[in-house]
Structures are given as structure tokens and as C-alpha cells.
Design a protein around this ligand. Structure first.
Ligand SMILES: Nc1nc2c(c(=O)[nH]1)N[C@H]1C(S)=C(S)[C@@H](COP(=O)(O)O)O[C@H]1N2
Ligand SMILES: [Mo]
Length: 301
């Protein structure tokens, strides 16, 4: 499939430094006279702007439809047929229907972006996603005034997905966002990595990326998007409601019941396999904190 990505990733395409450190950390670092790269002891190092290697990003994955091991998706996901692909968009929309992935790609303005991506397992990567704003896709279908949530569903293909024989999750994998979260410009549908078609193990041909939420929110290989009035079910919440809530924001103040979420391990650190402080909303506090104003984030975890 012909994509229109400009394959010219440069510094200005990269998420600004403010997204990687909160202002206080930035000022503390500057006041202490250390360079941005070398923020020292009191403020632990934040990830460099360098994205992870394509190899890291495509060989250490979670995609349980292809097995629960981190290397299973890379081994098994080639079995997924991703072309042709259609996304059913229904529920509270003006133009419900089956949208061919090829037509979606033709209609969207493809932009290059880099998002930090962190997971509840307490590891993180910097991934240079290609994609488009989810808001543009939803506007294409015409969101009706009564819609309050967006529900997502992954393909369920027992013939192609060896992992769905096992009831580790209630298949198909489903996720959801509140409409305002879905319409935020940081919420993207990713269709590429490093300017190439997104590999199957990363959720081909299109998957959600919500950079201020834990990884499991970022549902892969989406076949259905439904605008709803009620909060939709989500796979991990169904599997273990005590451990996984609907919101799943990155929040270092709310630990997972079985592990701390105050820090994370940056995957592929090479020389520096380091743990880094986890930032509120993954460093996107300025952009998204307003979405949760007045909410108790400990109750709505
Ligand atoms: N359909 C589907 N989507 C999924 C998952 C899955 O098992 N199935 N795993 C989630 C979890 S737990 C994580 S951490 C991220 C991992 O995305 P990545 O492999 O591209 O890093 O995908 C999320 N999306
Ligand atoms: Mo995850």
C-alpha cells in the first residue's frame, strides 16, 4: 500500500523537551548548571530524545492474541492477514459503515510524530510513530451529540491468532476512551513506525496510541470503533478489575497492587540500562491534566 509519509524525521518533528521533563525538573537541572542530557543525581535522568531501535520496538511486544511471551508476537504475528482491512465505525455516528483501510489512509493527512510510550509493566520505549489523529477519523464518521465514549475492538481470527485458543483474556480484545480523551490531538491511530508500515506485532494495520496512558490502552489491529453513551468494557478491567481501571492514566502516585509505578525501566538503554522517574501523565500533564479536573484519580485509576 502506498503511504504518503514524508520520511524526513528531524528534530522539530520530535516531541518537545517539555514533554520529557516537567518544568520544575527542567529548571532544577538548569539551575544546577547541568546540561539537559546530563541531569544528575537529584533529578534522575529522563530518557534521551533518541527513539528506541526498530529492532527493540518490534521484538519486545505485548499482543496476547499471538502468545503471552514478549517475543511471541514477533514470532507469530506474521500470520495475520492485514490487507484488505476494514474498520467498522458504528453507534452514535452520522455515517456508520465499513471503512476500507486504504480509503482511510487516502483521506487522512499523515504526519510524523514521536511519542513516548510507557507500559504498566514498568518499562518504556520511545517510538517514532507515523499516524493520524483519531479525532480526524471520528470526524470522518460524524460524531453525534449524544456520544460520550469510544469503544474499540481488535480482530478475532482463531485461524491466524494462536493465542486466542487460551482464555487469558475474554476475546476479542476491547478498549475504550472517554470522547474528550479520544478527541485530544495527542491521541493517534498509528499506522507506521520509522516511516514503514507498522509491523503486525505492533498492531497492523492500525492501532491506538494514547501517550499519557499505560500501554494496554493502546489496542492493536482495530476492526471496530463504536461511539457510545455508556462507558464501554475494557479487556484488562474485565480480567482483573482490582488491578486495571477504565482510566489507566500513567500516574506515579497510584501503584499497581503488585508493583510500584513510581519508576520505569527504559528499554534498550545500552550502556545505561537505567530506571527513570515516571512522570504524571507520562510527561503530558500540561496537555491532558484538564481532562481530569475535579476527578479523584486514585478512585478513577
Ligand atoms: N489486541 C491487543 N492489543 C494490545 C495488547 C494485546 O494483547 N492485544 N496488549 C496491550 C499491551 S498490555 C501493551 S503494553 C501494548 C504493547 O504495544 P507494543 O507491543 O507495540 O509495544 O499493546 C496493547 N495492545
Ligand atoms: Mo502492557
Amino acid at each position: 500500500m502506498a503511504h504518503r509519509w514524508k520520511n524526513t524525521l528531524n528534530r522539530s518533528d520530535i516531541t518537545p523537551i517539555e514533554h520529557y521533563m516537567n518544568r520544575r525538573q527542567l529548571m532544577a537541572g538548569l539551575a544546577a548548571g547541568v546540561g539537559l542530557v546530563g541531569l544528575g543525581s537529584s533529578v534522575r535522568a529522563q530518557p534521551a530524545l533518541e527513539p528506541n531501535s526498530f529492532e527493540d520496538i518490534t521484538s519486545y511486544n505485548n499482543y496476547y492474541e499471538f502468545g503471552t511471551g514478549k517475543d511471541d508476537p514477533a514470532k507469530n504475528a506474521h500470520r495475520l492477514t492485514t490487507s484488505p482491512w476494514t474498520v467498522q465505525i458504528d453507534g452514535l455516528v452520522d455515517r456508520p459503515g465499513d471503512y476500507a483501510f486504504a480509503d482511510i489512509m487516502d483521506a487522512m493527512t499523515i504526519e510524523e510524530r514521536i511519542y513516548r510510550f510507557r507500559c504498566v509493566e514498568a518499562w518504556s520505549m520511545v517510538i517514532p510513530w507515523n499516524g493520524f489523529e483519531l479525532a480526524d477519523l471520528l470526524e470522518m464518521a460524524g460524531v453525534q451529540p449524544g456520544a460520550k465514549y469510544v469503544a474499540f475492538e481488535t480482530a478475532l481470527r482463531p485461524d491466524e491468532m494462536p493465542g486466542v485458543r487460551f482464555p487469558v483474556l475474554d476475546w476479542p480484545y476491547v478498549e475504550g476512551l472517554r470522547l474528550d480523551e479520544a478527541m485530544n490531538p495527542l491521541t493517534i491511530m498509528a499506522t507506521g513506525i520509522y516511516g514503514k508500515d507498522i509491523p503486525n506485532q505492533n498492531g497492523a494495520p492500525l492501532r491506538l496510541v494514547v501517550p499519557w496512558k499505560y500501554g494496554f490502552k493502546s489496542i492493536k489491529s482495530i476492526v471496530r470503533i463504536t461511539l457510545t453513551e455508556e462507558e464501554p468494557p475494557t479487556s484488562w478491567n474485565k480480567a482483573n478489575p482490582r488491578e486495571y481501571g477504565f482510566y489507566s492514566n500513567v500516574n506515579p502516585e497510584v501503584d499497581h497492587p503488585r508493583w510500584s509505578q513510581a519508576s520505569e525501566r527504559a528499554v534498550g538503554g545500552g550502556l545505561f540500562a537505567r530506571r527513570i522517574d515516571t512522570l504524571m501523565f507520562n510527561g503530558y500533564e500540561e496537555e491532558v491534566a484538564g481532562l481530569y479536573k475535579g476527578m479523584d484519580l486514585k478512585a478513577n485509576f
